[in-house]
Design a protein. Structure first.
Length: 128
């Protein structure tokens, strides 16, 4: 008799548990996988006033698969040759020549505010 009451109770617990598990891992948020910059290679002398506007495109794991423009942070590999604004406009410093790498990046925030992963894309800027 005890076994008959226990089986429906056990079945109920299993069903509730399976329903709970079905929701695990199903999320509607997209994950940023990569970033590409455009133009990928630019010669500053080919742009008005030597200012090169870079655009970042984010590539995600779920639709919409891409987002342009993607808001990112910007930096250059050698700030003695060129600079890049917070809007992604690269500009050579007068009298300096060389190739620099322009990076567009998103720094993820991990648990407890610690830095998480960093997703970035790069392009090349030639300063005449």
């Amino acid at each position: 008799m005890l076994r008959v009451k226990f089986v429906p109770l056990l079945a109920g617990i299993l069903i509730v548990g399976l329903i709970g598990l079905a929701g695990c891992g199903t999320t509607t948020s997209r994950k940023l996988e990569t970033i590409t910059l455009n133009p990928t290679v630019a010669d500053a002398q080919d742009f008005p006033n030597g200012q090169v506007p870079f655009t970042a495109t984010g590539h995600f794991n779920k639709p919409p698969a891409t987002e342009t423009p993607l808001t990112v942070g910007w930096q250059v590999s050698d700030s003695s040759i060129a600079t890049v604004t917070s809007a992604g406009v690269g500009e050579c410093i007068a009298g300096k020549t060389g190739m620099v790498t322009v990076t567009g990046f998103i720094q993820e925030v991990g648990l407890n505010g610690n830095k998480g992963g960093r997703t970035e894309g790069t392009a090349q800027l030639q300063c005449p």
